[in-house]
Design a protein around this ligand. Structure first.
Ligand SMILES: [Zn+2]
Ligand SMILES: [Zn+2]
Length: 337
């Protein structure tokens, strides 16, 4: 099978993903073999390639996978041949530890990330335990479904962690694959809430997308919005938005950091300006299967309409460079022929 393989940590500009021909993996106990149709592109891939997360090398990246079940391992009962399934960032968790038992399998000590600790979907085939695959709702085609599996699902977790209520104002720092999906959830669940969006630069592709999705106010990082906001989600790879979100946060408000491995440090915080007033910061780590399941049914109910930019598997390096440079709007997805 064709697969994009990362063999060593490098800057993405060096085109480190190599298109190789590998044997098709075989499903073992409780595993299914998936013929991959699409795989979403996530900022986490840049973190893995550039070494801000340490993947198990060599590795096939990709954790927003949509495809069909083409072979069953021993003792598979949840899926049959031909079923359309999705795979998310959670490849496995132990199910036994303190965190798993209390419903926080995302914090499991033995958590394995798809396309990080086990091969993912930048390939024609992949295997995973049937317990960590999900049926994809019918309303979405394969291209639309891919970004739901991380951008959407982890965005959903981030939104849950904000503990937002209807009528409160929420701000998004960064408006890419995740935020434009979370925005649609906010509009559906919190019809009386306002949404403020901060992008890198006025008039950039992300700010145009935010306007298209009906943001109540759009500015650039560093701007002061018309009112303080109660909740904020940061999906940027840089440090300044953290300080800025805290500055514009209402007392008692909460900032959820969805992209934690920053390419630069968070600037020094001023106690009075940024921290006082019972402001909270919460981070998002990984995802649970429950998040993915809840989000997929909510996405079908709304229904979410992701903005997708399609690339070929062969173009994976270029697609990731474009993501790093903020060159396309919405969610990048690899289409695997
Ligand atoms: Zn992701
Ligand atoms: Zn565990």
């Amino acid at each position: 099978m064709k697969a994009q393989v990362l063999r060593k940590i490098a800057r993405i500009e060096e085109n480190p993903l190599e298109l190789l021909n590998l044997p098709i993996p075989q499903p073992s106990y409780k595993q299914i073999l998936i013929k991959v149709s699409t795989c979403g592109i996530c900022h986490t891939e840049l973190d893995e390639i550039e070494g801000r997360i340490q993947p198990k090398l060599p590795i096939i990246l990709g954790h927003q996978v949509v495809g069909r079940v083409v072979k069953l391992g021993y003792n598979v009962s949840k899926f049959k041949l031909g079923d359309r399934v999705g795979v998310a960032w959670i490849y496995s968790a132990c199910g036994e530890c303190y965190q798993c038992k209390r419903g926080y399998e995302n914090l499991c000590k033995y958590f394995q990330g798809t396309g990080c600790d086990a091969n993912g979907g930048y390939a024609e085939y992949m295997v995973i335990s049937e317990d960590f695959a999900y049926p994809i709702p019918e309303g979405f085609n394969d291209l639309e479904a891919a970004p739901l599996l991380c951008a959407g699902a982890i965005g959903y977790r981030a939104l849950k962690l904000t503990e937002m209520k209807d009528g409160e104002i929420i701000a998004f720092y960064g408006y890419g694959a995740s935020a434009h999906i979370v925005h649609q959830i906010v509009k559906y669940k919190f019809p009386n809430s306002k949404v403020y969006v901060f992008t890198k630069r006025k008039g950039d592709a992300s700010s145009e997308l935010a306007k298209k999705f009906g943001a109540d106010w759009v500015g650039e990082t560093g701007d002061t919005p018309p009112e303080k906001f109660h909740r904020a989600i940061d999906t940027t790879p840089v440090g300044i938005p953290v300080r800025e979100a805290l500055r514009n946060l209402e007392d008692g408000g909460r900032l959820v950091m969805n992209l934690i491995r920053k390419e630069e440090k968070i600037p020094e915080l001023d106690y009075t300006l940024h921290l006082w007033g019972e402001k909270e910061i919460k981070t998002v780590k990984n995802i649970t299967r429950r998040d993915v399941q809840e989000f997929l049914s909510l996405a079908a109910e709304i229904p979410i309409k992701p903005e997708v930019k399609e690339f070929k598997l062969e173009e994976a390096n270029q697609a990731l460079i474009s993501l790093k440079q903020g060159k396309y709007k919405g969610a990048g997805v690899l289409k695997i022929e």
